[in-house]
Design a binder for this molecule. Structure first.
Ligand SMILES: [Zn+2]
Length: 150
């Protein structure tokens, strides 16, 4: 990493006097769904994976619990492990940014969140990990859910 690179610590250095430290969820959705999902080739699949992994690698989480805590404090969603065996972990995310969007069956739009988990878990567990979105509110499911393969 070169000296000029931003770190996650830098992201918390906010000095915006009138508008404060938050942006509306509809702006985030617009960037994600209109900008990335609809604006990039193939739903932005490859780009989203690259962006998400990079973010995940840079999050200051040393354990799965710390990663889940960051997901809560950054308001990405409320994660919990719903199933686990020696090779897979199923993680449900309640209150994802996509909650409330019109249902469009066969559409799963929260691949960025999965890629963030992938990058973070790979670093935390120090082994190759793949994360796939298997449920999404937009698809009509009861929550967004990810399958982590170790
Ligand atoms: Zn979602």
């Amino acid at each position: 990493m070169s000296r000029a690179d931003f770190t996650f610590e830098d992201m918390k250095s906010i000095n915006r006097t009138s508008l404060g430290d938050t942006v509306p969820l509809e702006l985030f959705r617009t960037i994600r769904l209109i900008g990335m999902y609809q604006g990039l080739p193939m739903g932005g699949r490859g780009t989203t994976a690259t962006i998400g992994r990079k973010i995940g690698e840079n999050l200051p989480a040393a354990s799965i619990e710390e990663l889940f805590e960051l997901f809560r404090s950054l308001k990405i969603g409320l994660p919990s492990i719903v199933k686990q065996d020696e090779r897979t972990i199923r993680i449900a995310v309640e209150d994802c940014f996509c909650k409330g969007l019109p249902v469009q069956e066969e559409k799963m739009v929260c691949d960025l969140e999965g890629a963030i988990m992938e990058g973070a878990l790979q670093r935390i567990l120090n082994r190759p990990v793949t994360v796939r979105e298997v449920k999404c509110n937009v698809n009509g499911d009861e929550h967004c859910e990810y399958e982590v393969r170790l």
